[in-house]
Design a protein around this ligand. Structure first.
Ligand SMILES: *[C@@H]1O[C@H](CO)[C@@H](O)[C@H](O)[C@H]1NC(C)=O
Ligand SMILES: *[C@@H]1O[C@H](CO)[C@@H](O)[C@H](O)[C@H]1NC(C)=O
Ligand SMILES: *[C@@H]1O[C@H](CO)[C@@H](O)[C@H](O)[C@H]1NC(C)=O
Length: 187
């Protein structure tokens, strides 16, 4: 009997706290949107992402192997970290304009799908020091994998949008690859 009343009570008191908190907690205040407002821009960026597994300085490193008891073709359970160059063109000597820093995990038991958590840290011009962050599911058998932009910093504050990624080159020996990223972002 007592617990039946406890749950609504907790809910009501939490609700009351958040309402009154807006006025007098000392740690929150409202801000005039105009103080940080700027005209939203919709931009389309295209980057080429260079991933290397071979040599003494690989840019993508598997830190946790897949679990042997699961279907090895899906690599379920494996986790890799990466710090890949982002360039303006697909060539390996193309100008570097940022880095892709992220974590990818194989999260399907039936397909080769990745959970991707990644920030693009840009280093060029007015974008230098700004980041775009995205998080999503990448079914790598699909030609184009779409993932949502979940935010950003610097010129990308309040960013929303999506990313399309397409592998355009894979070296069959090293499995090194080049991926084209098209980023559509409101910021
Ligand atoms: C790694 O493989 C690439 C081809 O994908 C090759 O150009 C490069 O020389 C290799 N690097 C090393 C250190 O073996
Ligand atoms: C293992 O993965 C492959 C490729 O996705 C799939 O065709 C196959 O059915 C899977 N096998 C099992 C036992 O899940
Ligand atoms: C980007 O900013 C950093 C830190 O302010 C600076 O050292 C670097 O030279 C800048 N890079 C470019 C390409 O402007």
């Amino acid at each position: 009997m007592a617990t039946q009343f406890l749950i609504p009570f907790i809910f009501i008191s939490y609700y009351a706290l958040t309402i009154s908190g807006e006025e007098n907690t000392g740690f929150v205040g409202s801000l005039d949107p105009k103080s940080i407002e700027k005209k939203p821009t919709l931009s389309h960026f295209r980057f080429y992402w260079h991933e290397s597994f071979n040599g003494s300085n690989p840019t993508t490193v598997r830190i946790i192997p897949s679990l042997p008891k699961y279907n090895t073709t899906t690599s379920f359970g494996s986790v890799a970290v990466l710090d890949n160059a982002l360039t303006v063109g697909p060539e390996s000597n193309s100008k570097v304009v940022g880095r892709a820093e992220g974590l990818v995990a194989s999260t399907s038991q039936t397909e080769f799908n990745l959970l991707v958590i990644m920030s693009f840290a840009l280093t060029e011009g007015k974008y230098n020091g700004s980041t775009i962050t995205f998080l999503g599911r990448s079914p790598i058998q699909q030609k184009v994998r779409e993932m949502p932009v979940i935010g950003g910093t610097g010129v990308f504050r309040f960013a929303t949008g999506y990313i399309d990624s397409t592998t355009i080159f894979t070296d069959p020996q090293t499995r090194n690859n080049v991926v084209e990223f098209n980023v559509y972002v409101y910021h």
